[in-house]
Design a protein around this ligand. Structure first.
Ligand code: TEU
Ligand code: CA
Length: 554
């Protein structure tokens, strides 16, 4: 049996503060805005809020470029506001998980300002500096947001590494002084009372020595993945972090880990790893990638998706813990991606929620997912704000020579901005997000899709999510039951069962807009055993479009 822990039983709700609730009409969400919405989150029943970064930042990457880890972003408020938010959250039975972005800082962080001054500056080794090679960058790596991963700095005639934007220099974790700075800072937040950390690209903190060139076949730059992800010392550093900091507190921790395998995940998040509680793996979110990586969205191959999620469910069962997500601030909206944001909006959003929340692991809800917020019908490149997609558009058009229509269509479908438009609270101006001009336009469908309308509608996606959360609270099998895939080869239906003691839960989800026949081996459908259902009709042996059914058998 799996040992019980509060973070296994929890549901996490992610807030992207810039887009949640503006309280002072400057068009930017803020901490006072979040405070105002705590009763809503308590009503919904979630346990933990993951706050995307709220630290001081010049916002090159919306707060993922931090210039002071111990201060609050000016637009979001003050440290007093933060302390009030923490206190009020706790008063509403909500925990706060901070975003910890320590693979890199901002180039405006005091450490980097010092570091770049001279080769013998005490902060020099906080970052990764290298000499050029034959008048060029030290190696061929490309940065995640376009261009080279190196930037030349003329003060010392050397280059610094930035695996993301040039305003996000990578910290040098091989330096024990830097590690202790980070650990002290983490303890400082935990002593304030925060309840855990989501750790940004934490599997990238240890680079392969020598920083060898990456594979450049068919690409503008070399791929750093094998030399940056899951590097030689990453587990040593995380064990040190756990011993010096995390083990002293009762916290929830999740490490963002692109390109992580199940075997590797056991090292990060095995029950006895002494590192983290769980990781965010990326495999299931990459299932529809194609020629241009995330900028190609292939039709969903459900058999493949089931295979991947099953590998994670069974691979970690009894050994480690999964995090479950369809959405975050980096992904387009799931109802538009693998559901249906037209005729079957309501049903498909509920089906996707059911499919995810009944798996073994801790579910994460991204703001707006609980009301089925959709992708945006952007019509002009000027409506986008995200550095990643703007640089990518530029690369497509100016470096690859793709025609503008095609480049725009790719950006529109995959841009992170799809997830970053303001939260849709009600049908008043700007969806109730702000009385000023929002930093990014509100999705015009806020008049139909908003919290207020759904609170007043028992049949809404919002009420359905509230029930999914409540069901988890009342049924241990959802948290601790083991998982088995059913109908593995069925291209339309995601079916699985969960087992705990002599209870079984059968979960059936139709991912298509057609009616499909199902027959579950070893179980005859019995309407009296239905405990979750997103349809008004029930036909034995046939799932209607996007229908989801959960049966509980005692
Ligand atoms: O993301 C890291 C990451 O691997 C990607 O998902 C990335 O955002 C991008 O979409 C790749 O195409 C984390 C944060 O979640 C992201 O918002 C930050 O921009 C990034 O790290 C840098 O801090
Ligand atoms: Ca504001």
């Amino acid at each position: 049996a799996i040992e019980k822990s509060w973070w296994k039983e929890s549901v996490v709700y992610q807030i992207y503060p810039r887009s949640y609730q503006d309280s002072n009409r400057d068009g930017i969400g803020d901490l006072q805005g979040i405070i105002k919405r705590l009763p809503y989150l308590q009503w919904l029943g979630v346990d933990v809020i993951w706050l995307s970064p709220v630290y001081k930042s010049p916002n090159d990457d919306n707060g993922y470029d931090i210039s002071d880890y111990r201060d609050i972003m000016t637009e979001f408020g003050t440290m007093e506001d933060f302390e009030l938010l923490l206190k009020e959250a706790h008063n509403h039975d909500l925990k706060i998980m901070m975003d910890l972005v320590v693979n890199h800082s901002s180039d405006e962080h005091a450490w980097f300002v010092e570091s770049r001054k001279s080769k013998d500056n005490p902060y020099r080794d906080y970052y990764i500096w290298r000499e050029g090679k034959d008048g060029r960058e030290p190696n061929n790596w490309g940065g995640s947001f376009g261009g080279s991963a190196w930037k030349y700095d003329d003060a010392t005639d050397m280059y610094f590494l930035h695996t993301f934007s040039p305003k996000q220099p990578d910290l040098n974790w091989d330096n024990p002084v830097l590690r202790n700075e980070v650990f002290d800072m983490m303890s400082w937040w935990l002593d304030k009372g925060v309840d855990g950390f989501r750790m940004d690209v934490i599997n990238m903190i240890s680079k392969v020595p020598g920083l060898p060139d990456g594979n450049q076949e068919g690409r503008l730059y070399g791929d750093f993945t094998p030399y940056v992800m899951n590097g030689p010392h990453v587990h040593e550093y995380l064990k040190e972090m756990n011993q010096k900091v995390l083990s002293k507190y009762d916290v929830i921790t999740v490490g963002e880990a692109p390109a992580v395998s199940v075997e590797e995940a056991k090292k990060y998040a095995g029950f006895d790893s002494g590192e983290l509680n769980m990781v965010f793996e990326f495999e299931h979110m990459c299932v529809d990638e194609g020629k241009y990586g995330k900028w190609t969205k292939l039709p969903l191959d459900l058999v493949k998706l089931k295979e991947i999620l099953t590998k994670w469910e069974t691979g970690l069962d009894g050994l480690g813990w999964n995090s479950l997500y369809w959405n975050n601030h980096d992904q387009p909206r799931i109802v538009s991606r693998w559901g249906n944001d037209g005729e079957y909006h309501n049903k498909s959003a509920k089906m996707l929620g059911t499919c995810l929340h009944m798996l073994q692991g801790t579910p994460y809800i991204y703001q707006g997912e609980e009301i089925g917020m959709t992708n945006v019908d952007f019509t002009s490149i000027n409506q986008f704000r995200d550095i990643e997609c703007l640089n990518q558009y530029d690369d497509f058009v100016n470096k690859i020579g793709m025609d503008k229509e095609e480049a725009f269509a790719r950006i529109k479908k995959s841009s992170r901005d799809n997830a970053r438009t303001p939260m849709q609270w009600d049908s008043s101006v700007n969806g109730g997000f702000s009385e000023g001009t929002p930093w990014i336009e509100v999705n015009p469908n806020y008049t139909n899709i908003n919290v207020e309308a759904q609170i007043n509608d028992e049949d809404s996606i919002l009420h359905f999510y509230k029930n999914l959360i409540k069901f988890r609270k009342n049924h241990e099998i959802v948290v601790y039951g083991s998982y088995d895939l059913l109908l593995a080869d069925d291209p339309n239906v995601f079916a699985y069962k969960r087992t705990l003691g002599n209870q079984t839960l059968y979960v059936l989800c139709n991912f298509t807009e057609q009616s499909v026949d199902v027959e579950i081996p070893g179980y005859e459908e019995d309407k009296n055993q239905l405990v979750i259902h997103n349809d008004t009709e029930w036909t034995k042996g046939t799932l209607h479009p996007y229908e989801a059914r959960v049966y509980l058998v005692n």
